[in-house]
Design a protein around this ligand. Structure first.
Ligand code: HPA
Length: 297
């Protein structure tokens, strides 16, 4: 597989045109479902499905637990598009390729992205099975030079130097807390650390990431959020804490992908209630309230 580092504008447009040719209507809200969270798609009414392989330039996943389908339909009366499964940088795709779906969603009409992931719990007060609302992120991949916006800036999507101060929408975070309280669902809030993977963290890395202010750690999300926010989308993010990060080299327990998937499935019903509640009460999108003011055709 050749990794196209800088995806040209025509690839996004060709992918969007292929989707439009098969789907009636225009989604306003995009959802990306992380490891083990795929069953959330069962909540979608009147689903119309497009396998990723049918969309030109769309990266497809090779990882167990990531189905690889785009599902259009309604959730709580809102027109949504759901990515059931995502591709990861560690699979060998470029940052431009793994974030292509976010820009295609924008071209299809999405103005609000709800992004979910499976994550390790760095915060020592967390438990496996917790849900964390993402307050902010540390995009380790981006800081290390793999920022998804590296390369020629496509001005039709957003500015060269996007502001990222309120990258996880403060209003939507507040709404998520309110929905959680209304439904007696305990939630955490914290900073997600986005790494490249695929190896899990060493105990020394866990201690470092915790010292740097990280609360959860995973291999996705941060670069997707950067690209979404660059295009002027509102972003709401949830980490499902599928395991606690191991900070002691003498520890006897181990993290495993199977355990990540198992815990993810356990979290799905609570996450579904939260996402439904947020969608039900979602305030209308107002471009004046986002920092990277978009102008799209
Ligand atoms: N580290 C990185 N990614 C993950 C983890 C983890 O502990 N758990 C689920 N995804």
């Amino acid at each position: 597989m050749a990794a196209t580092e800088f995806v040209p504008e025509e690839h996004y447009r060709a992918a969007a045109a292929a989707v439009r040719a098969r789907i009636a209507g225009s989604p306003a809200i995009g959802l990306i479902l992380g490891s083990g969270l795929g069953p959330l798609v069962d909540e979608i009414e009147s689903p119309q499905v497009i396998p990723y392989q049918d969309i030109p330039h769309w990266p497809h996943s090779t990882v167990k637990g990531h189905a690889g389908r785009l599902v259009f339909g309604e959730l709580e009366g809102q027109p949504v598009v759901v990515m059931q499964g995502r591709t990861h940088f560690y699979e060998g795709y470029s940052m431009g390729q793994v974030t292509l779906p976010v820009r295609v969603m924008r071209l299809l009409g999405v103005n609000t992205l709800v992004v979910t992931n499976a994550a390790g719990g760095l915060n020592a007060s967390f438990s496996a099975g917790d849900i964390m609302i993402i307050e902010d992120h540390i995009a380790f991949t981006g800081l290390a030079g793999f920022n998804p916006l590296r390369g020629p800036n496509l001005d039709s999507f957003g500015p060269r130097f996007p502001v990222c101060t309120h990258i996880y929408d403060p209003g939507l975070r507040k709404l998520a807390h309110r929905v959680a309280a209304e439904n007696d669902i305990p939630v955490r809030e914290g900073v997600y650390v986005g790494l490249a993977g695929p190896s899990f963290e060493t105990p020394a890395e866990v201690r470092m990431l915790r010292a740097l202010g990280g609360d959860s750690v995973g291999m996705s999300t941060a670069h997707e959020t950067i690209v979404a926010y660059h295009t002027g989308m509102r972003v709401l993010g949830f980490s499902s804490i599928t395991n606690l990060s191991i900070d002691d080299p003498e520890a006897s327990e181990e993290v495993s992908h199977e355990e990540v998937l198992r815990l993810g499935r356990q979290i799905v019903p609570r996450l579904a209630v939260l996402i439904r509640g947020v969608l039900r009460q979602m305030p209308p999108y107002d471009p004046a309230e986002v920092e990277n003011h978009p102008e799209y055709e």
